[in-house]
Ligand binder design. Structure first.
Ligand code: SAH
Length: 412
């Protein structure tokens, strides 16, 4: 056998096919998730398991034989992964595999293995696998460089779909409702960012971090949803129409929304409009300002021994407005954290209502403007004083009001 011969790369399609993993320690813990992801019928042989492997067993994601390996375990298998330190035990698995002509990956001894696992990076439908010619570190270094290139936030976008158009399986257009996060451009999700780099059309809200849009390819059509010149309800119809029209024209559309699409973001209406028009639509959740903005100002929305609940509420309508769906008098009775979005204008009425129905005036409160951005400003106050303090300091929207003992809970 020529030890220096090049390996022959393959993409194994393991769905429904038996893969035996021998060993229940750290190596198996790292190897098993990719096998499950590939849909393999994983059969794990080991006397003991790590808690993470145990969780896969409990969730029914793999089968576990609680014992040492026996050669018969390989009957019917397509592949075997040896994840034990004991060289003698590993060699016996290798021998049983060779006898059955089953490829055998050996974590303990690359030279004795009949197959090597590459370093991998995945980008949507694209998988890049790197073999380092016998040196796993070299493979990882090359993999990391490719990952950086594919996920590059600056410069040319190398995600293959960008250059080749929509993926082969979707002939028509599609819409993704993507949460952009609370303001810091790095707080978009990995999936949201990937879809953004693949978009032909981006329809963005006022609260979307400008830096994300800065990095779009020049040929991307950017629609600024905040500049649509009608009243709020006509504007929403117009946005829905743009999403549906562009998708029907075969374009890949990203509807980029501040925070999470479903938190006071009308994402549900846009989803229904697309679905009713027969346009494929998905939702990519985002980091909501309701949790992230207090966190950025040092306020955890829950804290052990302090708050066992947090309530997120819109303050865009005054408590006495007939259109309000919020029972403020009930919220006043809660002990936990109250997070008020869009509440600056009505803050005097909101605070007065909470006080009138029993929330103590000394309850700590904080107001955070433009949280997670370079312009973040925070005011610390109490429920009794917060409305006057906001007026005094000139805080402006977008801002979040947090009320409850969690404000100050992390202060030394
Ligand atoms: N879908 C968004 C919320 C939309 S409602 C989300 O999940 O975050 C808009 C309100 O969110 C604003 O009026 C403000 O109250 C709050 N908000 C959003 N981003 C903010 C930020 N960076 N700082 C403070 N408040 C913010």
């Amino acid at each position: 056998m020529n030890e220096r011969a090049n390996p022959y790369p393959l993409g194994l399609r393991l769905a429904g096919r038996r893969v035996v993993v021998v060993g229940g320690g750290a190596v198996a813990t790292r190897r098993v998730p990719a096998l499950i992801d590939a849909g393999a019928d994983v059969f794990l042989v080991a006397p003991e398991l790590t808690p993470a492997l145990r969780a896969h067993v409990d969730a029914g994601r793999l089968h576990w034989a609680r014992r040492r390996f026996a050669p018969d375990d390989l009957d019917g298998a397509w592949l075997v992964q040896v994840a034990v330190d004991d060289a003698l035990a590993a060699a016996s698995v290798s021998a049983a595999a060779a006898e059955r002509r089953i490829f055998c990956v050996r974590a303990d001894d690359r030279a004795a293995a009949t197959a090597w696992t590459p370093a991998v990076t995945r980008h949507g439908p694209v998988t890049v696998a790197v073999l380092g010619g016998g040196d796993p570190r070299r493979a990882m270094t090359v993999r990391d460089a490719i990952r950086d290139l594919l996920g590059a936030r600056k410069g040319p976008f190398l995600t293959p779909q960008v250059e080749e158009g929509p993926p082969v399986n979707t002939p028509g257009g599609r819409v993704a409702l993507v949460g952009a996060g609370p303001g810091d451009p790095e707080l978009i999700t990995v999936k949201g960012w990937r879809l953004l780099t693949e978009a032909d059309v981006v329809v963005a809200d006022r609260l979307v971090p400008g830096l994300l849009l800065d990095e779009l390819r020049p040929d991307v059509e950017l629609v600024d949803a905040s500049k649509i010149p009608y009243g709020p309800s006509r504007a929403q119809e117009e946005i829905n129409r743009i999403l549906v029209d562009r998708a029907r024209a075969g374009r890949t559309v990203v509807r980029l929304k501040g925070g999470d699409p479903y938190v006071f973001g009308r994402g549900g209406e846009e989803l229904l409009a697309c679905a009713e028009a027969g346009v494929p639509v998905t939702v990519v959740p985002g980091v909501t300002s309701a949790i992230a903005v207090p966190a950025a100002a040092g306020v955890p929305v829950t804290h052990r021994g302090v708050a066992h609940e947090f309530t997120v509420v819109s303050g865009h309508l005054a408590p006495d407005s007939p259109a309000s769906l919020v029972r403020w008098e009930h919220l006043a009775k809660l002990r936990g954290t109250l997070v008020v979005l869009m509440g600056l204008k009505n803050l005097p009425a909101i605070a007065a209502t909470l006080l009138a129905h029993g929330r103590p005036a000394a309850t700590p409160a904080a107001v955070v403007q433009e949280g997670t951005t370079g312009a973040q400003r925070t005011l610390h106050s109490t429920l009794g004083e917060v409305a006057a303090d906001v007026a005094g300091t000139g805080l402006r929207p977008p801002a979040i009001v947090v009320i409850g003992d969690v404000v100050g809970a992390l202060d030394g």
